[in-house]
Every structure is written in C-alpha cells, then in structure tokens.
Design a protein around this ligand. Structure first.
Ligand SMILES: CC(C)(COP(=O)(O)OP(=O)(O)OC[C@H]1O[C@@H](n2cnc3c(N)ncnc32)[C@H](O)[C@@H]1OP(=O)(O)O)[C@@H](O)C(=O)NCCC(=O)NCCS
Length: 183
C-alpha cells in the first residue's frame, strides 16, 4: 500500500498572496495570464499552450494530482483582488519536497515568487516527515536561481544534461540544484 503523503495545507497565506487548490474554472485566467506566453514558458518543460483547451487539460491534470495526493499544485492568487498570477507545485517523495513555479510576466520583479516559496518551504519543513525542499532550474534561468537564493536555498551543484527544456533545445540541458534543509 502506498503511504499517505504528508499533509501540506490546503491554503497558504502570505502578506500579499494566497495559495490554494486548482479548479477547472482557473483555466481561462491561466491561459490569458501566462500559459500562452512564450517568454514565460522559455525555461519550462512545456511548450506555450496554443489554446485555452490545452490549459484546461493541464488544469484537469493538476486537479487530479491534488486529489490523489501525488502533488500539491497550488494556484497563486493576489490577496487583494483574487487575481490568478501563477502556480507553485510541491511534489513529495519520502522526506523530500521538490518544487516548481511560474508567474505571469506582468507580475515579475516584485518579489512575489520568493514570498510564495519561502512560505511553502516553511510549511514543508514544519512537517515532521520532511527534511529537505529542493528545486532545479536551467543554468541560464538566472531569475529562477535568484528566487531560490532569496528564499534561503543553497546551491548544491550543477546537474549535467538533466532536463529537456524544449523551447530552447531538444537535447537535455544542464541544471542547477538548490535545496533548503532542516538543520
Ligand atoms: C522565475 C520567476 C518565477 C521569478 O519570480 P519573481 O517573483 O519575478 O522573482 P523576483 O521578483 O524575486 O525577481 C527575480 C530576481 O531575479 C533577478 N533577475 C531577473 N532576471 C534576471 C536576469 N536575466 N539576470 C539576472 N538576474 C535576473 C531580478 O533582478 C530579481 O533579483 P533581485 O530582487 O535581487 O533584483 C519568474 O520570472 C517566472 O515565472 N519566470 C518564468 C517561469 C520560470 O522560469 N519558472 C522557473 C522554472 S525553474
């Protein structure tokens, strides 16, 4: 029997953000704000979505992951308006939580993602089963590396030929690996 994954909260609130479960009705706002944006997708493992239907399929998969417990793909919203601005996904394997994140371009440069990552990391490392939160990013994704540094993660190394980022190259590219661990 698969053990029940540790319980990250359903909602996480920060000074400016609320992180919550995805809903199918999020697809339209998500497509409008970032899934069709080639610049946002540049260092991601997916290609920009060609239609809102593609985003709806993606959100349906997120909803399924959330309900089976295989991942917690939090939708990030602004507390003041409820506007959907991005996503922060936590994937738990044993004592490790691996995270991935994306933010709509309109909201880049305001420190929103470090705020979300710090809050999620604190929740994860507060669980007795979790000792490590980790993330990887393309070696050229300097903004993402900076998010992790600003969130208190330490650079552990460079993983050669680790991930295919199809918007840059068909071949796997080198990635940086960062982690925040319980002391
Ligand atoms: C990466 C991302 C989440 C950053 O979120 P954000 O909320 O804008 O992050 P911040 O506001 O903290 O700004 C990013 C930091 O990187 C720096 N930065 C941005 N672009 C940079 C570049 N090309 N070179 C060097 N530094 C850069 C900014 O100056 C800032 O650092 P500072 O506060 O010390 O000045 C956002 O850019 C994004 O969604 N990008 C597309 C998706 C993506 O790449 N996701 C990560 C996949 S691993």
């Amino acid at each position: 029997m698969t053990p029940t994954p540790p319980a990250l909260p359903d909602r996480i609130r920060t000074a400016r953000l609320e992180l919550r479960a995805p809903e199918i009705s999020d697809a339209s706002a998500m497509y409008a704000s970032y899934t069709q944006d080639a610049e946002v997708a540049r260092y991601m493992v997916w290609r920009p979505h060609a239609s809102e239907d593609a985003t709806r399929d993606f959100v349906a998969a997120c909803v399924a992951h959330w309900h089976t417990g295989s991942a917690r793909p939090y939708v990030i919203t602004l507390k003041t308006s409820g506007e959907l601005v991005g996503m922060l996904e936590a994937r738990t394997k044993g004592h490790i939580v691996n995270i991935g994140y994306v933010l709509a371009r309109e909201h880049w440069g305001r420190g929103l993602m470090p705020e979300a990552v710090r809050a999620l990391t604190a929740e994860a490392l507060g669980l007795p089963e979790i000792f490590r939160v980790e993330a990887t990013c393309d070696v050229d994704n300097l903004a993402s590396a900076r998010v992790l540094e600003k969130s208190g993660f330490l650079l552990e190394g460079r993983l050669a030929r680790f991930t295919v980022h199809p918007n840059i190259d068909v071949e796997p590219r080198d990635c940086l690996i960062y982690a925040a661990c319980r002391s």
